[in-house]
Design a protein around this ligand. Structure first.
Ligand SMILES: Nc1nc2c(c(=O)[nH]1)N[C@H]1C(S)=C(S)[C@@H](COP(=O)(O)OP(=O)(O)OC[C@H]3O[C@@H](n4cnc5c(=O)[nH]c(N)nc54)[C@H](O)[C@@H]3O)O[C@H]1N2
Ligand SMILES: Nc1nc2c(c(=O)[nH]1)N[C@H]1C(S)=C(S)[C@@H](COP(=O)(O)OP(=O)(O)OC[C@H]3O[C@@H](n4cnc5c(=O)[nH]c(N)nc54)[C@H](O)[C@@H]3O)O[C@H]1N2
Ligand code: SF4
Ligand SMILES: [Mo]
Length: 705
């Protein structure tokens, strides 16, 4: 029996002309209209002109997203391995029994923490919440973490420490339009959040200025009024250097610093060590450009700094984000109109996914699993003893690193770690050493290739639920497409497994909305408070911004206007110093290697490499290389080259471009197997966030043949 019965198609019919829903992919969560009958040759997807975030625009991934729904590679039955190790179809009962029996045996033999769970920022709030509950109650394991650790953890940690709360953007995207100066650091929004460019266009049309800092002159960088082509891994030095100029030119907001913050003296002392000449040596940014950027940010009535993964995915990611926050606090811009610090969340539910307890140190509502009062609050909602809740578990990379050793099974729900995790030459053998690897997904991917069990689940347009977009706005996903028979909702799968693990009664929900209602209870009074959000209110208001503490609270589009979320209401400065990366280039490995994204592919490429229009537009990863470096190696566009780090060698096709620094190579990470960029990256982690150093490895290059 399914916990949540499939929605009868009769309920779909009246909506078929164009149901309002949202794109499956990124955190911009563009409003879309979907329906079988949008009209003759029209696509089954169109942009929702009335959704005030994308205003009808979609990127090519959104336009083609419906191709996933009736895709021939869709898996419709559970699968187990036969005697020869080949996949064979199984009944749900057999597959679920197999998984539960194995998990129970592993728990019996090796202890509860030997069962691991790997979740995802792709999951709805309801799924993320229930997955965390499943790990803690049904499996009793501390070891649950998720792919958002690879994404938002550095920005989240710094915002929590500085502001007492982490909501990626503390204001609506539309505020960009009236910001006089916006600085984008390590974010290539023209490719990664294309419909966001309309807000920068309007901002510039209003006379506003855009500053972009990236080692590559990206499509975003080309639109900038000031482009800073910094050395990879030197963002912290750049931000400290900007603060130096601000202090030297007496542009700090002394009043704001005194009234609203703590800890500036220590930061001032550190910043004064970042003289422009030193900053130029470290970052490659000339003093004139440094002063220009500092003056623009400081003298604008309204100014924003927005960070992306380029500044965050480093072993000093947290400190780098602190450096940007320090700058904006010193300028008195945080919490002011059309101003402040924000980070651009990446995954569809990268925001909600980091709030509801699928992170190793966390319980729902952004509560912390090591804080007694937080344990008590959640134990009460779940009807268990606080002492029975596991403690903090291993972070994503450390969890993967312990596979086959202390952790014997892994249940992967919404991630493709065999492509997206760093140092793959080290991790892939560990994945193979598992006693049990279960992947639940709609499609096979690089990770399920190593799995013992595949559980086929519904896709975004086939079930309802809520997502929290990059603005912290809680929105509705709606059912628009009839699912094939066979796949089940992740929510059902969790209920079915929990029943077999002796914990079924905690997972009985008649509707997705009833899961959300329990989530509301669990977050009441917590930092990320959803208790006042209802499905009806989301409908009426076009989404609700958390925190929202009661049914008559409309939500909180803008934060920090009066106070920060520390007990004394003040923001905290953190004095941070530039330091070396996990590995720096040397004589043997003289170049920087950095990674990122193409417009046409999404993350590990599991979903987009199987969409014809996307894979034909971008069939293979290309290595971006500067003409000067290319000449030295007699490489032209189309040459085959190998890139070698201390860990592996990967062959790429070269793309010669003057848009990249001559000391840096770039490749996207959307491919697996021998083309995986993550064979080259290292396991260096940020000490606070445990974020891997995806954006910097030391490599050498050679022409093939
Ligand atoms: N098309 C597309 N869109 C996506 C995604 C996708 O896979 N494809 N994924 C979504 C997700 S999950 C995320 S997290 C976001 C990511 O969105 P972004 O952060 O915009 O994406 P990235 O391409 O990873 O990195 C941005 C830039 O960082 C630069 N960079 C590299 N090293 C450094 C450095 O040391 N300092 C600085 N300042 N910059 C550096 C790279 O050159 C790159 O242009 O995109 C979301 N949107
Ligand atoms: N070198 C390098 N590596 C990186 C990065 C980088 O910039 N450089 N970026 C990192 C970042 S920011 C991120 S976010 C990660 C992402 O890395 P991954 O974890 O690989 O993310 P996706 O490719 O989005 O994989 C999502 C999978 O979940 C499935 N899925 C989607 N929705 C659901 C659902 O509701 N239920 C279930 N069961 N499955 C679902 C999809 O079909 C897909 O197979 O990669 C990280 N890795
Ligand atoms: S920008 Fe993001 S949400 Fe919008 S259509 Fe593209 S992938 Fe989808
Ligand atoms: Mo991400």
């Amino acid at each position: 029996m399914s916990a949540i019965p499939p929605i009868p198609l009769t309920m779909l019919a009246p909506q078929a002309l164009g149901v309002r829903t949202h794109c499956p992919y990124c955190a911009f969560q563009c409003g879309m209209l979907m329906g079988e009958d949008l009209g003759g040759d029209l696509p089954r997807v169109s942009g929702d002109p009335h959704w005030a975030v994308n205003n009808g625009q979609l990127c090519i991934k959104g336009w083609t997203s419906a191709a996933l729904l009736d895709h021939p590679q869709r898996v419709n039955t559970p699968q187990l391995r036969d005697a020869r190790g080949e996949w064979r179809s199984a009944e749900w009962e057999e597959a679920l029994d197999f998984v539960a029996v194995k998990m129970l045996a592993i728990r019996e033999k090796h202890g509860a923490d030997a069962n691991g769970v790997f979740g995802s920022g792709a999951l709805t709030n309801e799924k993320a919440y229930l997955l965390g509950k499943f790990a803690r109650l049904a499996l009793g394991t501390a070891n649950i973490d998720y792919n958002g650790r690879f994404c938002m953890s550095s920005a989240a940690a710094a915002q929590n420490r500085a502001f007492g709360l982490d909501r990626g953007l503390p204001f609506p995207v539309a505020d960009v339009e009236h910001a006089e100066v916006v600085m984008l650091v390590g974010a290539n929004t023209a490719d990664t959040l294309p419909p966001m460019m309309q807000w920068f266009d309007r901002q510039q049309a209003n006379g506003g200025r855009l500053i972009v800092a990236d080692p590559r002159r990206t499509p975003t960088g080309r639109l900038a009024n000031l482009f800073l082509q910094l050395t990879p891994g030197t963002d912290l030095a750049l931000a400290n250097g900007l603060l130096y100029v601000v202090i030297e030119e007496r542009l700090t907001d002394e009043r704001y610093v005194a009234d609203r913050t703590n800890g500036f003296d220590a930061v001032r002392a550190v910043a004064l060590q970042y003289h422009p000449a030193r900053v130029e040596r470290l970052t490659g940014i000339a003093e004139s450009q440094l002063r220009q950027a500092a003056r623009w940010l400081a003298t604008a009535r309204s100014a924003m700094v927005l960070t992306g993964r380029g500044t965050e995915q480093h072993s000093k990611g947290v400190d780098s984000v602190h450096a940007w926050i320090n700058l904006m606090l010193a300028l008195g811009k945080v919490g002011k109109p059309q101003s402040g610090f924000g980070t651009l969340t990446g995954q569809a539910n990268g925001q909600g996914g980091r709030e509801h307890g699928q992170k190793a140190d966390q319980l729902p509502g952004y509560r912390l699993i090591e804080v007694d009062a937080h344990r008590e609050a959640i134990a009460k909602v779940w009807g268990v003893e606080p002492a029975s809740l596991p403690r903090k578990g291993k972070s994503a990379y450390e969890l993967l690193d312990s596979l086959g050793e202390s952790v014997k099974s892994l249940f992967v729900v919404g991630a493709n770690v065999a492509v997206a995790a760093p140092h793959l030459s080290h991790l892939l053998p560990k994945l193979k050493a598992l006693e049990l690897l279960v992947v639940s997904d709609a499609f096979h991917n690089d990770t399920s290739a190593h799995a013992h069990v595949f559980l086929p689940v519904l896709q975004w347009a086939e079930e309802d639920g809520t997502m929290t977009n990059l603005e912290g706005r809680v929105i509705r996903r709606r059912v628009v497409s009839r699912p094939p028979t066979g796949p089940r909702s992740d929510l059902d799968v969790l209920h079915q497994l929990a029943s077999r693990l002796g914990c079924g009664e905690k997972f009985v929900f008649r509707t997705t909305e009833s899961v959300f209602n329990e989530l509301r209870l669990a977050t009441a009074g917590a930092p990320a408070d959803y208790s006042g959000i209802t499905y009806a209110k989301i409908e009426q208001q076009d989404g609700v911004f958390w925190p929202c503490k009661s049914e008559d609270d409309p939500g909180t589009p803008r934060m920090f206007a009066d106070r920060f979320h520390h007990a004394d209401g003040r923001a905290k400065f953190f004095a941070v110093e530039h330091r070396e990366a996990g590995e720096e280039p040397n004589a043997a490995f003289p170049l920087f290697f950095t990674t990122g994204r193409y417009k046409e592919h999404y993350n590990s490429g599991a979903q987009t490499r199987i969409v014809g229009k996307l894979s034909s537009a971008q069939p293979v990863p290309r290595l971006e290389i500067h003409p000067r470096l290319a000449r030295r190696h007699r490489v032209v566009t189309g040459s085959h080259v190998t890139v070698e780090s201390r860990r592996a060698k990967v062959e790429f096709v070269a793309e010669v471009t003057a848009d990249i620094r001559p000391d840096t190579l770039f490749a996207p990470f959307h491919w697996g197997g021998r083309a995986a960029a993550n064979l080259l990256t290292s396991g260096a982690l940020d000490p606070t966030s445990r974020m891997p150093e995806f954006k910097l490895a030391a490599v050498r290059i050679a022409k093939v043949g």
